[in-house]
Design a protein around this ligand. Structure first.
Ligand SMILES: [Zn+2]
Length: 443
C-alpha cells in the first residue's frame, strides 16, 4: 500500500498531542463534524446506508446528531452478508486507496472489511500518541512477535522493515529498527532472537507473553532485556501483569485494537484504564437490547471509525464488554473506559435466550485442578468443557469442586466436561481465548 506523505502524518500527530487536552465537549464537537462527513458520504455513495441514516437528517437535509440513538447498530452478520452493498461507490480524495483486511475468524466466521489509506494514517498517529504518553524511547528496537505469512518473518532472522517504527516522521537521531518474528516460533527461540536485539520493546499477544514467561521461569538465563511489552488483541489480566513484572522484569502497555476498526484506545499512564482515540473513533456502549448504557454500566462496545470511507462501519457492535468511567484524573478530555473481561471472549448462549460472558474466577479457582493453562468452551447448548494443562493428577473430588464453581456461577443446570491436555493449542490466528463459544453462529 502506498504511504501517505510524512509531513501530513506529522501535522496530524501534532494536532492529536494538542486535542487530547481539550474539554470533553470540544472533542465531542470534532467527532460530530467527522461523523456528519462520514454519514453524508455513506448516504450518498454506499447503497447499504441509503435510508438507514435517515434519523440523522431533517427533511431539509440538515444533520441532526440528536437522532444518533435511533440509528440501527451494525452487526458482524450485517457486514458478512452485505459486503458489496457496504462498499463505497466513490471515495473522497483524502481517503487514499482502499485495501481489504480480514479477521482471523477465531471467534466465528471471518469478517472482511475494506479500509482506506487514511485509516492507516490515523492508526499510526494514535499509536504514537499512546507511546508518547508512556515516554517510549524511539531509539530502542521495536520487536513484533505476531502471526505473519510463512516465510515472511521466520526464525532465525525474522524481518526488518525498511522504515523505522512509531514516530517515523520525526527524524529522530538513532531511531531504532522495527523487526518482526512469526509467533509460531518456539518460545526459547523467540527469547534468543529478542536477546540478540538488545534492550527493546516487545509487541505481542498476552498468550505469547505467558509462553515466554514460562520458558524464562524454567531457564532464567533466557531473560530478554525489555523496555516494555505492548500488548494487543486479547484481554490483559492482573496475572499477565504480574508475570511481566516478576519473571520478565518489565511491564505491559496495553492497547485496544481490532482488525476491522483499527487502533481504538490506549492505556492511560495515570489511571491504567483506556482512553479512546476520540478524534478518529466514536465509542457507544450498548446493552443487549442495543440501548445506551451511560456511565458506569457494562455493555457491548459499539464503534464508529470516523474515517471509514471505503466501507463505513457506523455503530458497529463488537463482542467486547466495556464500561464508561468518569472523566480521568490525568486531565485528558478523551473518553475513559475499562474493558471488564469481555474482550475477545465469546459469549455463552443458552437455550432460553440468555447470553452471558461468564467468569469462573480462574485466577483463584484454576488451582482446584492445578491448571496452569486453561480454556472454557461452550460445546453444547447445555454443555461446558474445561480444557486445561496440569502437571498433577486430578481426582474426582477436584473435578467435583470445579463443577460446583461452574454451577454456582451460571446458576443453571449444565453438564461440565473436563479434558486434560499436554499443551494448549492456539487458534489459527495465534491467539488464545479463555472463553469460547463453539455453538454454530446464531441466525
Ligand atoms: Zn487519563
Amino acid at each position: 500500500m502506498e504511504q501517505p506523505p510524512e509531513s501530513a502524518i506529522g501535522a496530524f500527530s501534532d494536532g492529536l498531542a494538542q486535542s487530547q487536552w481539550w474539554s470533553a465537549d470540544d472533542i465531542a464537537a470534532v467527532q460530530t463534524r467527522l461523523l456528519e462527513r462520514l454519514a453524508r458520504h455513506a448516504r450518498e455513495h454506499v447503497p447499504f446506508y441509503q435510508t438507514r441514516l435517515d434519523p440523522l437528517f431533517t427533511r431539509r437535509g440538515h444533520f441532526n446528531i440528536g437522532g444518533w440513538d435511533e440509528v440501527e447498530p451494525l452487526t458482524r452478520k450485517d457486514v458478512q452478508e452485505n459486503f458489496d452493498a457496504l462498499k463505497s461507490r466513490q471515495l473522497p480524495p483524502e481517503a487514499g486507496k482502499p485495501g481489504l483486511v480480514s479477521t482471523s475468524g477465531s471467534t466465528g466466521t471471518p469478517v472482511k472489511v475494506l479500509k482506506c489509506q487514511i485509516q492507516a494514517r490515523v492508526a499510526i498517529t494514535a499509536s504514537v500518541r499512546f507511546m508518547d504518553w508512556h515516554g517510549f524511547d524511539y531509539r530502542a528496537p521495536f520487536a513484533a512477535i505476531r502471526p505473519f505469512a510463512p516465510g515472511k518473518a521466520d526464525y532465525p532472522d525474522g524481518f526488518t522493515h525498511e522504515s523505522r517504527w512509531g514516530a517515523n516522521w520525526r527524524n529522530i537521531p538513532g531511531h531504532g529498527p522495527w523487526v518482526d518474528l512469526t509467533i509460531s516460533t518456539p518460545p526459547q527461540w523467540q527469547l534468543e532472537w529478542l536477546r540478540r536485539k538488545g534492550p527493546c520493546y516487545l509487541n505481542t499477544f498476552p498468550v505469547n507473553l505467558l509462553a515466554l514467561a514460562e520458558a524464562v521461569g524454567q531457564d532464567p538465563s533466557l531473560t530478554p532485556e525489555l523496555h516494555g511489552v505492548v500488548t494487543l488483541g486479547e484481554l490483559v489480566t492482573p496475572h499477565h501483569r504480574a508475570l511481566a513484572r516478576d519473571i520478565l522484569r518489565t511491564r505491559i502497555f496495553d492497547q485496544y485494537t481490532t482488525i476491522e476498526c483499527g487502533v481504538l484506545a490506549g492505556e492511560c499512564p495515570a489511571s491504567g484504564q483506556m482512553h479512546l482515540h476520540a478524534e478518529s473513533m466514536r465509542l457507544d456502549v450498548l446493552d443487549k437490547e442495543f440501548e445506551p448504557c451511560g456511565e458506569g454500566r457494562e455493555g457491548f462496545a459499539c464503534v464508529t471509525p470516523l474515517y471509514s470511507y471505503a466501507m463505513p462501519l457506523i455503530k458497529y457492535v463488537m463482542s467486547d464488554l466495556v464500561t464508561l468511567l468518569e472523566p480521568c484524573s490525568c486531565g485528558r478530555g478523551l473518553p475513559h473506559f475499562t474493558i471488564a473481561g469481555g474482550r475477545m471472549r465469546s459469549r455463552f448462549r443458552f437455550a432460553d435466550g440468555t447470553v452471558m460472558a461468564p467468569d469462573f474466577k480462574m485466577s483463584k479457582n484454576a488451582g482446584l485442578v492445578g491448571a496452569t493453562r486453561w480454556q472454557w468452551a461452550q460445546v453444547a447448548p447445555d454443555g461446558i468443557e474445561l480444557r486445561f494443562v496440569s502437571s498433577r493428577s486430578v481426582s474426582e473430588a477436584d473435578y467435583e469442586a470445579m463443577r460446583d464453581v461452574v454451577l454456582k456461577t451460571l446458576n443453571r443446570p449444565v453438564t461440565v466436561y473436563f479434558r486434560q491436555l499436554d499443551s494448549m493449542p492456539l487458534a489459527a490466528s495465534g491467539k488464545h481465548f479463555d472463553y469460547v463459544c463453539e455453538l454454530p453462529e446464531a441466525s
